[in-house]
Design a protein around this ligand. Structure first.
Ligand code: CUA
Length: 145
């Protein structure tokens, strides 16, 4: 019993040290944001698609119960899109099935994930983290033309 408790203290100390000293944050969460001020904080005050170069885009998304803003973006085939996503309320998911795009969206953090869309089509973007009674309705579209 004493040994078990001692190990628990050791593990917590290791985790705390890693978090504080090495500045560990949730995976793919690179920037922090005040979750109560998302709608006033650029660039999330104007979520949407920005072209940064030919074939390169940045897409800024706000997740909130039970929708994504923007709900629909359109990019040319072959485009590389970097998604930046934050939540204005609770924990959400951000997943485009059959692509590498899959991240949790944690209030207070901006998640970042990139993908090159090599095939035309309409890609469904879904919340894959249970977030409440309308969770299954929480979706958006990425159109690749
Ligand atoms: Cu948002 Cu489930």
């Amino acid at each position: 019993m004493a040994f078990g408790l001692a190990m628990l203290v050791v593990f917590l100390a290791v985790i705390t040290t890693a978090a504080v000293v090495d500045g560990f944050v949730p995976p793919s969460h690179v920037q922090s944001i005040d979750p109560t001020k998302v709608s006033e904080t650029p660039p999330f005050d104007h979520p949407g698609l920005r072209k940064v170069a030919d074939g390169a885009y940045e897409a800024y998304y706000v997740a909130r119960i039970f929708s994504f803003t923007p709900s629909d973006i359109e990019v040319p085939v072959g485009s590389r899109v970097t998604f930046y996503v934050t939540s204005a309320d609770v924990e959400h998911g951000f997943s485009i099935p059959a692509t590498g795009v899959n991240t949790m969206v944690t209030p207070g953090w901006v998640s970042e994930v990139s993908h090159t869309f090599r095939d035309r089509g309409t890609y469904l973007l879904v919340c894959n983290e249970y977030c409440g009674s309308g969770h299954q309705l929480m979706a958006a579209k990425v159109e690749v033309k």
